[in-house]
Design a binder for this molecule. Structure first.
Ligand SMILES: C[S@@+](CC[C@H](N)C(=O)[O-])C[C@H]1O[C@@H](n2cnc3c(N)ncnc32)[C@H](O)[C@@H]1O
Length: 221
């Protein structure tokens, strides 16, 4: 299963520049500070034969874990960076999961899942540490909610407000993340709650790791 779309934004050039070299050390380095991804995957629980889309799938690390954890799920991933997708395709092939993970190049703010993956909706949509890299991130959450099948859910993990961590930690973290054009969204919890309400979805929020991360699950009735 595979699909390729054309990137429609300048985000592609920026992300390719950031990840051209970083992609080679991405999985090994990010496991230390992209916290909460495995907990998100553990809570996904897609229906048997269900479909999972990851928006901003990067190296495919999450999709491979999802496909292994839920062997009856079909997975799709899109990313704006062709550099990241080179690594993702190689990793998916190495894992022998090409038949269950489709990958496509697309901008999260403007994509057509029917053209990319042959389907209009998904049972689960994952957005892991991507909203902090996409300036119009609220539009991505709105679009994800629109792309849910009935009973489906959007699962978000990203940087939290660091409220429970020692003072000074947040300033250091923000400086480090700035090197990679990452901007934690201070108002993420309140904003996703509002977007969920507007879409008639329920919203569950948590701030794991003493507020290092924020985890949101938006469920459509
Ligand atoms: C910090 S990485 C997270 C990757 C993966 N989700 C993970 O948890 O390991 C953010 C990803 O979002 C992608 N991205 C950034 N802006 C995007 C956009 N406008 N549309 C789609 N993907 C985008 C980047 O190329 C990158 O692969």
């Amino acid at each position: 299963m595979s699909a390729v779309g054309a990137p429609a934004s300048s985000a592609a050039g920026l992300m390719d520049r950031i990840y051209k070299h970083q992609r080679h050390i991405y999985d090994a380095s990010r496991k230390f500070y992209l916290l909460g991804r495995d907990q998100l995957i553990e809570g996904l629980n897609p229906p048997a034969g269900g479909t999972v889309l990851e928006i901003g799938c990067g190296t495919g690390r999450n999709l491979i874990k999802i496909a292994r954890r839920y062997p009856r799920a079909m997975c799709c991933g899109l990313d704006v960076s062709s550099e990241m997708l080179v690594t993702a395709r190689a990793s998916v092939a190495r894992a022998g999961l090409q038949d269950r993970i489709g990958l496509a190049q697309a901008d999260a703010t403007d994509f057509d899942p029917q053209a990319l993956f042959g389907r209009a909706g998904f049972d689960r949509i994952v957005i892991s540490y991507a909203l902090s890299m996409i300036p119009p991130w609220q539009a991505v959450v709105e679009e994800a909610l629109r792309r849910l099948d009935k009973g489906g859910s959007v699962h978000i993990v990203d940087f939290g407000d660091q409220a429970g961590l020692p003072s000074g930690f947040k300033a250091l973290l923000l400086r480090w993340l700035g090197l990679f054009h990452v901007t934690p969204r201070e108002n993420l919890p309140a904003t996703v709650r509002g977007l969920a309400e507007a879409a008639g979805a329920q919203c569950r929020l948590a701030a794991p790791f003493r507020g290092y991360a924020v985890h949101a699950v938006l469920t459509r009735g």
